[in-house]
Structure formats: structure tokens, C-alpha cells
Design a protein around this ligand. Structure first.
Ligand SMILES: [Zn+2]
Length: 109
């Protein structure tokens, strides 16, 4: 038995492809915009031991971090991370912990 194998399984190519597709979809990127997904170790105390780094090869390059392994990243994580900020939040950066007003949807028909 090999006791020295890495504790975390490498992310599958399918998972990485899926994440790239979600990033491209959320940001409306063209299919030829390179998106890099990598998994790094995080050494900050209190953080999860691995984090996923998403780099979008625009000019300038945009990078985003999600605490957790690539396999743990969900489409909802990406939506929250990549969704453009609302201009009203500019002067008061209050942190909302999860409660969204998105339920207030009015149907036109
Ligand atoms: Zn961290």
C-alpha cells in the first residue's frame, strides 16, 4: 500500500471542463476566452486546506478564489462570485449574509 499518495484526489478533467463552461456562461465570455482552473493549498489559519483559483485570461486577467477543492465548487458558488456588483453598493459595503431579495419576482403574464 502506498501511504504517501496525496490526500485529495485530483479533479477530473470533466469537472474542470464543466467549471470552465459555467464561468464562460455566467460572464458571457466567448468560447475562445481561456479560463484557467487550478487548485492550490491555502495556508491561512481558519481557511479550508485547498482553494480553487479561477483565472480568466482577459485584459487585465481576472482571478477569483473559492475556498474548497475543485470538486466542491458548484454553479451557485460561481454565480455568487462572478455576478457583477450592483453600483448602489459602492459607498456602503455592508455585508449581507445570504439573505437575498430575489424572491420578489413579478411575473408579467
Ligand atoms: Zn484562504
Amino acid at each position: 500500500m502506498n501511504r504517501f499518495t496525496k490526500k485529495r484526489a485530483p479533479a477530473s478533467p470533466d469537472t474542470i471542463r464543466q467549471l470552465k463552461a459555467w464561468v464562460q456562461e455566467i460572464l458571457s465570455l466567448s468560447a475562445d476566452t481561456p479560463v484557467s482552473i487550478s487548485q492550490l493549498q491555502c495556508h491561512e489559519p481558519g481557511c479550508s486546506p485547498v482553494e480553487t483559483v479561477i483565472a480568466i485570461m482577459l485584459q487585465p486577467v481576472q482571478t477569483f478564489k473559492i475556498h474548497g477543492s475543485i470538486e466542491e465548487v458548484t454553479q451557485a458558488n460561481l454565480l455568487r462570485l462572478l455576478r457583477p456588483k450592483q453600483p448602489q453598493l459602492q459607498d456602503s459595503e455592508t455585508k449581507h449574509s445570504g439573505s437575498e431579495d430575489s424572491l420578489d419576482v413579478v411575473r408579467s403574464q
